[in-house]
Design a protein around this ligand. Structure first.
Ligand code: PHE
Length: 458
């Protein structure tokens, strides 16, 4: 184990895994999906998915990682043989593809930090909706921002698990939360805040359809970094004396709370600006926040720059975990030199991300890449649909089936007892096993089948 490195203690793992979970998924993606999918009703389904389906799967992932001390492919291969290895490979591939687009969005956040902090963005009297459209289609700026982001990610991952990942998370995440709470307080003083709160907190279940369930489920997986083996990989660095049950609960609560707060921040701000719609899509935070910072007067640029800087750090602890997965795969399986692997893999993923960058208006070909569901789909959306929305719940389904039915009591149950001996025979244990065996796979499977049927028969 010494050569692979490990977290210094349980808190180190919790910090790193929470750092992986908390990111653009919470602050960029969650609010716009709530906005596009009917508000509070989506929130309710999302919370149910997170705790009933994802939390048990998080335990399964972490247990598999800690038991094998391997990357996702190596872990499945070792415990389940060649066929199960495919699930690991699918996870590694999803990690690569998710990072390829995640890095582009992180680049947007980085760009907004620079433009607000140093480019006088807030003093130009802009329409921020138009500005965002122009911003994402400017390929040269985006190249610069996303190269910067990938280099930072690679430097941290090359620094090793413990020193690189743990340290930053512990300092910067609390700062981000303080900033969000501050913006919530400010937002509540604005006209329109109560409508925003009602949209976010008072469910209207007539807004729900099969797609709402699927989107909420996929979002819960993405936000908790589940279904592709990120937590198998991080779990492989956890000590045998550390309880993973309490850790998983804490990570889930931390991640979901921050997503919840991000919604509480955004919707009053959105409803206080008549020109902005809740269903604005992926640009929502980039469109809704600058106008608010502008309205703060002379402190606006300062507050805005810090906000986007902290968002970058939240994204960075996530990109680090995404890069760590293929890096662990290559170094474990092929015994490659770690540092060279980090830079090589980062470069490849950056290149894979180029079409995504071009698909936001810069290139007509990638912007209207394909057609389904009655509309043109850009390359970014396609990759997100396949390697995140589809692949993560599917991966989670197999992880649950594997832990509960194949690896079973010989392995899975015993692994949960390490660092947590009082679990044996307890009610908590029974609940966990019931969830992993039946609830998680059944619910994910049902939502899947219904969604697939809808695509084909609609
Ligand atoms: N959970 C991260 C976020 O919310 C994204 C992520 C997905 C990270 C999958 C690792 C694995 O931003």
């Amino acid at each position: 184990m010494a050569s692979r490195g490990g977290f210094s203690n349980r808190l180190g793992f919790i910090a790193a895994a929470a750092g992986s979970a908390v990111g653009l998924g919470n602050i960029w993606k969650f609010p716009y999906e709530v906005g596009e999918n009917g508000g509070a009703a989506f929130l309710v389904i999302y919370l149910a998915c997170a705790f009933l389906i994802c939390l048990p799967i998080m335990l399964a992932e972490t247990a598999i990682g800690r038991n094998t001390r391997l990357n996702p492919y190596g872990a499945f291969r070792k415990l389940g043989g060649r066929k199960w290895g495919i699930i690991g490979i699918m996870g590694v591939l999803s990690g690569v593809m998710i990072l390829s687009f995640y890095n582009v969005v992180a680049g947007w956040a980085f760009g907004y930090f620079l433009e607000i902090g140093f480019g006088g963005l807030l003093s130009k009297g802009l329409n921020y909706g138009d500005h965002f459209g122009g911003f994402v289609s400017n390929i040269w700026d985006n190249l610069f921002f996303s190269i910067g982001f990938m280099v930072l990610t690679a430097l941290i991952v090359a620094g090793g698990v413990q020193k690189g990942i743990e340290r930053w998370t512990k300092i910067l995440m609390p700062l981000l939360v303080i900033m969000i709470v501050g913006l919530i307080c400010y937002g509540l003083t604005l006209d329109g805040a109560s409508e925003g709160l009602a949209f976010y907190l008072v469910p209207d279940f007539s807004e729900i359809n099969a797609n709402t369930f699927y989107t909420a489920l996929a979002q819960a997986f993405f936000s908790l970094s589940l279904g592709m083996g990120a937590l198998i990989t991080y779990g492989s660095y956890v000590g045998k004396n550390d309880s993973i049950v309490g850790a998983a609960a804490l990570i889930t609560i931390a991640d979901i709370s921050i997503a919840f707060l991000a919604g509480l921040m955004i919707f009053p701000l959105v409803f206080s600006q008549p020109s902005i719609e809740a269903n604005a899509g992926p640009g929502l935070v980039f469109v809704a926040l600058p106008g608010i910072f502008e309205s703060m007067g002379s402190v606006g640029p300062f507050v805005g720059a810090i906000f986007f800087l902290l968002l970058c750090f939240a994204a960075l602890t996530s990109t680090v975990s995404l890069l760590e997965v293929p890096v662990a795969y290559v170094t474990d399986q092929f015994k490659f030199h770690r540092k060279k692997t980090v830079y090589g893999v980062a470069l490849i993923i950056f290149i894979i991300g180029l079409p995504t960058m071009l698909s936001q208006g810069a290139s007509e070909f990638f912007t209207k890449f394909t057609f389904y569901g009655g509309k043109d789909i850009d390359f970014f959306t396609l990759i997100e649909n396949v390697f995140s929305d589809l692949s993560l719940p599917l991966g989670g389904f197999f992880i649950a089936i594997f832990a509960a039915w194949k690896w079973r009591d010989k392995g899975f149950q015993k692994e949960l007892y390490f660092g947590n001996p009082q679990l044996e025979g307890s009610v908590t244990e029974k609940v966990i096993l019931f969830m992993v065996r039946y609830i998680s796979p059944l619910v994910v499977g049902t939502i899947f089948v219904i969604s697939v049927l809808k695509i084909f028969f609609n």
